[in-house]
Design a protein around this ligand. Sequence first.
Ligand SMILES: NC(=O)c1ccc[n+]([C@@H]2O[C@H](COP(=O)([O-])OP(=O)(O)OC[C@H]3O[C@@H](n4cnc5c(N)ncnc54)[C@H](OP(=O)(O)O)[C@@H]3O)[C@@H](O)[C@H]2O)c1
Length: 314
Amino acid sequence: MVCGSAQLQSRFGYAVVSGANKGIGFETVRQLAAAGATVVLTARNQKRGVEAANRLHRSGLSNVLFHQLDVQDAQSIHSLALFIQTRRFQSLDILVNNAGATGVEVDEDGLRAKNIDPEIWLAGKAVDMIQDVMKTTYEAAKEYIQTNYYGVKNLTEGLLPLLQRSISGARVVNVSSLRGELSCVVMTQRVPDERRRRELGDIDTLTEEKIERILRQFLQDVQRGAIEANGWQKMLPAYSISKVTLNAYTRLFARKHPDMCVNCVHPGYVDTDLNWHTGPLTVEEGARGSVMLALLPDGGPTGCYFDRTNVACF
Ligand SMILES: NC(=O)c1ccc[n+]([C@@H]2O[C@H](COP(=O)([O-])OP(=O)(O)OC[C@H]3O[C@@H](n4cnc5c(N)ncnc54)[C@H](OP(=O)(O)O)[C@@H]3O)[C@@H](O)[C@H]2O)c1
């Protein structure tokens, strides 16, 4: 056990976790720091981030640093990269792209009053039950695609020179969702339009331009009020397409950087603010997949999607 931790300290020296002031991100920092990595806990709000880092310091984890990071803000990403360069780090071994948001306006009391069974929720069968308490506006959809897709892309590319300097090959973990799955294991397709589903699933012909064209089409359809008519997912549409495209980006990025282990993970249905505390899993359980992928041994999988700690179909 001690031997393993010592190895982790040297192999997985430095980590960054986005959106880590609370929820799964906070717990991911805790577990990585407990395993011996030096972790930069980041948060878009300075006060909330400092408080979160202080909580970990008080629990004995002095190997946690704080830096402000709003993944939508290029200047903030640049400032984090400078912070890492100018400290003793020189390189970055782990990046956990955890920050995320749902992209809908919600009547939280109304949603809780419906007391929807988690199984029904996860199977996508609650879609008609929630239409009166959730609203997808153009502004919210745009903002959350900026966070869930472009935020991950811009942060990963902003930190790329540091990730490329990792001696053991960096680990990049993109926290996705089962709402981003393309395979039809539920009654409702996550991407009902078959042509679009095939395009996003065909890694040999996929490009970033294609992914981003699909995102632009989605936003146009939100603006026109044509979500269902044009074959987009009715259940959490902006969130779903942002995670579908995040998975696609993960595969492309993994193919481009074979020296790294780049994967995406559904953390499970976890009790956090993101789902208005409807999830049954604890954050400790929810962080396990991210932590496992962040600490993968050399020769581990890359370009894969995991459902918690198990490899699954895209
Ligand atoms: N909980 C689940 O059941 C579940 C299921 C599937 C996937 N996920 C994914 O798990 C990840 C973590 O979510 P969670 O459940 O832990 O939710 P959470 O408790 O609401 O945490 C989300 C975190 O993301 C941060 N964030 C949002 N926008 C940001 C931005 N522009 N820049 C930087 N940080 C930003 C939030 O910061 P503020 O505190 O400032 O808002 C917060 O720290 C997300 O990617 C989510 O999609 C969660």
